[in-house]
Design a binder for this molecule. Structure first.
Ligand code: FES
Length: 197
């Protein structure tokens, strides 16, 4: 191979690497991140409850906070999104969340204390990957008649807009709902559901 060919090969490799790196940066920047929602280092170390301001979360959006080192998702569901959950009953493996983990106040149709807000630990119940959100009802490569929810790229598990796992997927159970409570219309505390505190 001529020296010029080698240089050309190197140039192409560098160009590809730069393009990939730029793509990663752009994806990271697109994830909503609000610094004030993150707990202090001391609170994180202690595993303390995390207070979350959801006042800027628009209908149809998801935000991610960290609690005890885990990603916790808060999704503000629209009435249309809530309607799809009923339609998903025959697609999911545990429609009534009988064998799945959630506090008693989230063991209901919408798996939530308030139907509008879905709160989930964002870790797949198969082998612990973090699924990605595909919240819109539209055809997806993994499901032509997708109703919206979450997709785990590791082994293809699918979850609906209540975090319920689809039938015949590797993940055995629905996504976990952590303990939480609302302390105002737009403030919730993750990791603490005691009353009157
Ligand atoms: S870790 Fe999610 S499907 Fe395997």
């Amino acid at each position: 191979m001529a020296e010029n060919d080698l240089d050309e090969g190197k140039r192409r490799f560098l160009l590809t690497a730069t393009t990939v790196a730029t793509g990663v940066a752009a994806t990271a920047a697109a994830v909503p991140f609000v610094a004030s929602m993150m707990p202090s280092e001391r609170a994180k170390a202690a595993g303390a409850p995390v207070e979350v301001d959801v006042s800027r979360l628009e209908p149809g959006q998801r935000m991610i906070v960290e609690w005890r080192g885990k990603p916790v998702w808060v999704v503000r569901r629209t009435p249309e999104m809530l309607n799809t959950i009923k339609a998903d009953d025959d697609r999911v493996a545990d429609p009534e969340s009988k064998r799945s983990v959630q506090p008693p106040y989230a063991k209901n149709e919408f798996r939530a204390a308030k139907p509008e807000y879905l709160v989930l630990v964002g870790i797949c119940t198969h082998l612990g990957c973090s699924p990605v959100d595909r919240l819109q009802a539209q055809p997806e490569p993994f499901a032509a008649d997708w109703h919206g929810g979450f997709y785990c790229p590791c082994h293809g598990s699918l979850f609906d807009l209540a975090g319920r796992v689809y039938k015949n997927k590797p993940a055995p159970d629905n996504l976990v709902v952590p303990p939480y409570k609302f302390v105002s219309d737009t403030t919730l505390v993750i990791g603490d559901d005691t009353k009157g505190a």
